[in-house]
Design a protein around this ligand. Structure first.
Ligand code: ATP
Ligand code: SF4
Ligand code: MG
Length: 440
């Protein structure tokens, strides 16, 4: 194997080495990917408002949906095989070509299950998933196999070794899907592998190495090369940067931003790290206990969250500051004397605590007994603004003055909860706009 220095892969593709994300509206001319059948359709005059932005100034749809999810539900058989636990319920989600949609939510909220259900890896028991208008959940055996082999949806995992076989060379791993599907001759596949490696900022000589012979950042690039070589329409990235150090994390985020522009691929990025998403995503979808509680343009949501849970998430993220950011304490229920704070106790003790505090609270807004299983708001047991209305499912409330579907929040008191905040809480962060304190 030639001894090539692969330690500075970013230099192979100078525009991927840029340490700062470009301002919206200063995008490079998109280049076609070798072997791609798609024509890049990046609108360089689109100024964008969020992340590096593909949504327009009102957050209105700028093109037909690539992915449209309606009423998606997933449940798992409970241990012992009796009964089912609902993990996702009534999920609505849209991704447009070239758009990056971030999905956030605490552990166990259903982010990975959602991505797996979109890809057909976890069966959904309700709803529809349409890719370019085609109902992909409705595909029968042979059509489904053909669809999967077509590679229109690709996964990028937190651990690149989930997609790169340690026994195979990087080149063989990247070409594997094409080889199985009988795409091209061996030399054509090698050419596409080299093109994909170049696209992700790696030297094509990496193809000869095994995963253990390259760095963690290079491995994640290689796993992205494996995903994009299939000419996907949609990339599902599950915590793609959380195992990387800060420098590699930024490079991978910049790479994803480049790829959506060059390939016009839709990208879903699942992340715990709100500040990473603030750098690249156009929209953010907030999941809580298997429900979408807020979905809107990321800059708007981070600046002025409309759902109390989103506000709590943002208040708890030290790197995100918006003009309506509240102190986290103001967004948590005040525990009754002698009763533990439900946000810091186990589920079992929290239920007891919230039930007791509700009884103590009387008509004053405050946490309600957990009513998820009977259709109440999934956040009611933690919400300081809950009322008896919250015992029924909140509607999807549109943001005033915004195009339908562009910014929704699932809260009965969407327009009034902020007024109930204690004055001290509202002054917690005196900033005029969303500000990122990341190294992006
Ligand atoms: N195959 C399965 N069988 C039963 N329950 C499952 C299965 N997969 C996931 N779950 C449950 O579904 C819920 C959502 O899991 P999921 O992995 O989607 O969460 P997540 O939001 O990705 O969490 P994290 O941030 O920790 O990755 C969890 O309660 C989990 O235990
Ligand atoms: S619907 Fe009620 S419980 Fe749910 S977030 Fe809104 S105010 Fe809180
Ligand atoms: Mg997960």
């Amino acid at each position: 194997m030639p001894d090539i220095d692969l330690a500075t892969p970013d230099l192979a593709t100078p525009d991927l080495a840029t340490p700062e994300l470009e301002p919206a509206g200063a995008r490079p001319v998109p280049a076609s990917r070798p072997g791609s059948s798609h024509t890049p359709t990046i609108d360089q005059d689109d100024p964008g408002t969020a992340g590096t932005g593909r949504a327009d100034a009102t957050g209105s749809p700028s093109s037909a949906p690539l992915l449209r999810i309606e009423g998606l539900g997933v449940s798992f058989l409970e241990r012992g095989g009796i009964g089912r636990t609902r993990v996702l319920d009534g999920i609505e989600l849209t991704v447009r070509p070239g758009e990056i949609v971030g999905i956030v939510g605490e552990t166990g909220s259903g982010k990975t299950t959602l991505a797996r259900a979109i890809a057909g890896l976890t069966p959904a028991d309700r709803g529809q998933v349409r890719l370019d208008g085609e109902d992909i959940l409705g595909l029968r055996t042979r059509a489904r196999r053909r669809f999967r082999r077509g590679g229109a949806i690709q996964f990028v995992f937190q651990d690149p070794l989930r997609s790169l076989d340690p026994e195979l060379t990087i080149g063989a791993s990247i070409a594997e899907g094409m080889a199985i599907a009988g795409v091209g001759s061996r030399s054509e596949r090698a050419e596409r592998v080299a093109g994909a490696l170049t696209l992700v900022g790696l030297d094509p000589a990496v193809a000869q190495r095994r995963p253990a012979q390259i760095s963690g950042g290079q491995r994640q690039r290689a796993s992205i090369a494996r995903a994009v070589v299939a000419d996907p329409r949609l990339l599902l990235c599950d915590e793609p940067v959380s195992a990387l150090d800060a420098s590699n994390r930024n490079h991978i985020l910049i790479l994803l931003d480049e790829l959506r522009r060059r390939l016009s691929v839709g990208i879903v990025v699942i992340s715990h790290d709100l500040s990473s998403l603030a750098g690249i995503a156009d929209r953010v979808v907030v999941l809580y206990r298997g429900r979408v509680v807020e979905d809107g343009p990321i800059a708007d949501v981070f600046a002025a969250p409309r759902h109390p849970y989103t506000a709590l998430l943002i208040a708890s993220a030290p790197d995100i500051h918006g003009r309506n950011r509240q102190a986290a304490a103001a967004l948590r229920p005040a525990p009754a004397p002698g009763i533990p704070d439900p946000t810091t106790t186990t589920a079992a003790t929290a239920t007891t605590a919230t039930t007791a505090s509700t009884a103590a609270a009387g008509p004053t807004p405050g946490p309600r007994p957990d009513a998820r299983d009977v259709g109440g708001c999934v956040f009611a047991h933690r919400c300081p603004f809950a009322t008896v209305d919250c015992d029924t499912a909140p509607p999807r409330v549109e943001a005033p003055g915004r195009p339908a579907g562009s910014w929704i929040s699932a809260c009965h008191h969407d327009r009034t909860w902020r007024a109930r905040l204690p004055a001290a809480g509202t002054a917690a962060a005196d900033t005029s706009a969303v500000r990122k304190e990341t190294s992006l």
